[in-house]
Design a protein around this ligand. Structure first.
Ligand code: GRF
Length: 205
């Protein structure tokens, strides 16, 4: 079986990139390229050290989001990816970009969407008194953190823990959830290629 070709887009630390790379298998998916909008992203150093193909598309070099996204798309296309996986990518993509890759563009978000889209999810979960929290992998649409949910992983919140501790626990879930979703896409268990609105069977990693 030809592995699913996955390009990963990052801005920073890259711990999800690492998890995706470590859990890639010849019969499921392979990381064919990594793109960062920040040359200094630690995740890019990891990718280079692992011999992965890397590119930098620095958003500051482009006058508009549309020009940046056009170059990002051109760069990604050189890898001929089946799926583009956002992993800590801190830019909001234009509707044109998102439409062009509909059904092939996924993101991981550190909350149980639709709860807590946006930033500071762990602080907000604790402040709200939520008893459950977790991570979501979803298709990317033009509405931030609101595309169809593919899979979620959840945990019970300890009211005594702080945001950093909770964040670490959620991150550990992310590192299992994201590779599992890509594995399931590669195995044909999650449909892709056009924007699907189903919610696939819940994954409990
Ligand atoms: C993760 O929490 C992910 O859910 C969010 O950004 C963070 C990226 O972390 N989108 P890392 O760069 O993968 O370590």
């Amino acid at each position: 079986m030809t592995p699913l070709r996955v390009a990963v887009v990052i801005s920073g630390r890259g711990s999800n990139l690492r998890a995706l790379h470590e859990q890639a298998r010849p019969n499921t998916y392979e990381i064919v390229g990594v793109v960062s909008n920040k040359a200094e992203a630690p995740g890019l150093r990891y990718a280079t050290a692992q011999g992965l193909a890397t590119r930098v598309v620095d958003h500051r070099q482009y006058a508009t989001a549309a020009l940046f996204d056009a170059e990002l798309g051109r760069t990604l296309d050189t890898f001929k990816p089946d799926i583009i996986a956002l992993a800590g990518f801190l830019r909001i993509l234009t509707t044109d970009f998102v439409t062009r890759y509909a059904g092939r563009l996924i993101n991981i978000h550190p909350s149980l969407l639709p709860a807590f889209p946006g930033l500071n999810t762990h602080e907000r979960a604790l402040a709200s008194g939520a008893t459950e929290h977790g991570a979501t992998v979803h298709w990317v649409t033009h509405i931030l953190d609101s595309g169809p949910i593919i899979a979620q992983a959840r945990l019970h919140v300890d009211a005594k823990e702080d945001a950093a501790h909770l964040g670490q626990r959620v991150l550990a879930l992310e590192h299992r959830l994201y590779p599992q979703v890509l594995t399931e896409i590669a195995q044909g268990r999650i449909p892709w290629g056009s924007l699907v609105t189903n919610t696939a069977a819940p994954i409990d990693p």
